[in-house]
Write a protein that binds this ligand. Structure first.
Ligand code: APR
Length: 251
């Protein structure tokens, strides 16, 4: 359902961004959808075809590491060929402009996505709260290794030889403390918070918008469909992030 007041909301959000000394953007899978990355939920989502309990929990990995790695190898193969979309590029341009004009604290990007497309678009200092498809972590010594290229069926730690797992936060696991505190600081200290392409249902990340609102920030959402937050936010823009984000940052 197109948003009848979209252009007015874009103008209001542009003005808020222009006034903001600190802007925090949170992205979810919807921000990568136009690059061809599948979202998680909904009829076309990853979880419609695969069980999250089998593929995205430590118990599932312990039960069958080969099966979980086969799923991640497939996702890595698929995503390695994908490119950032106009929304990723708009956020990278916005960060570059704001850091040059307003200084290092003026823009923070927090992402739930593990695809690395923000970095591929030129974003820096990305807070990857759920880890990265392009890193692996040793189940023995916890060493984290960059792994952009092909991997063995079940990779082993170059250091201690133990089995490695994807360096991804699975259901039931804590987010790395230093990453989570960076995300909390970014959301609590901003004066404009924009969530982009997330169903806003997975904790603790779904709490960030509330931290921002409680700290007095203007809170906005860009999403293809309504979320549990749409009715209370200052601005809820319904549409594709690849359309709306460039409209927000076009000079
Ligand atoms: N533009 C904007 N929003 C979009 C687009 C688009 N082009 N395409 C889809 N969306 C929206 C969908 O309407 C949906 O609300 O993006 C949202 C994606 O929601 P999810 O699939 O739940 O993904 P996400 O919110 O990122 O999931 C959060 O859950 O499974 C875990 O760790 C995983 O990081 C993930 C977390």
């Amino acid at each position: 359902m197109p948003d009848p007041r979209l252009s007015e909301k874009i103008s209001r959000l542009r003005a808020a961004i222009a006034r903001a000394s600190r802007l925090c953007v949170l992205t979810g899978a919807g921000a990568s959808a136009e690059s061809g990355v599948p979202v998680y939920r909904g009829n076309e989502g990853l979880y419609a075809a695969w069980s999250a309990a089998d593929m995205a929990t430590p118990e599932g990995f312990a039960r069958d590491p080969e099966k979980v790695w086969a799923w991640y190898h497939d996702r890595r193969r698929q995503l390695a060929a994908l490119k950032p979309n106009a929304g990723h590029l708009a956020l990278a341009a916005l960060q570059k402009d704001r850091l040059a004009r307003l200084g290092p604290d003026s823009f923070r990007l927090v992402t739930q996505n593990v695809d690395g497309l923000h970095q591929a678009a030129g974003s820096t200092g990305v807070i990857e709260v759920h880890g990265s498809l392009w890193q692996i972590r040793c189940t023995g010594c916890a060493a984290v290794t960059d792994a952009p290229g092909p991997l063995d069926a079940v990779p082993h730690c170059p250091g201690c030889g133990a089995v490695c797992r994807p360096h991804i936060v699975w259901f039931g696991e804590m987010l790395p403390p230093e990453v989570w505190s960076a995300a909390v600081e970014a959301a609590s200290a901003c004066d404009v918070f924009i969530s982009v392409g997330t169903s806003a249902v997975v904790q603790p990340v779904a709490s960030l918008v509330h931290l921002a609102a409680d700290a007095g920030a203007l809170v906005a959402e860009i999403n293809l469909e309504e979320t549990p937050n749409s009715r209370w936010l200052d601005l809820s823009l319904l549409g594709k992030s690849g359309d709306i984000l460039p409209a927000l940052v076009d000079s």
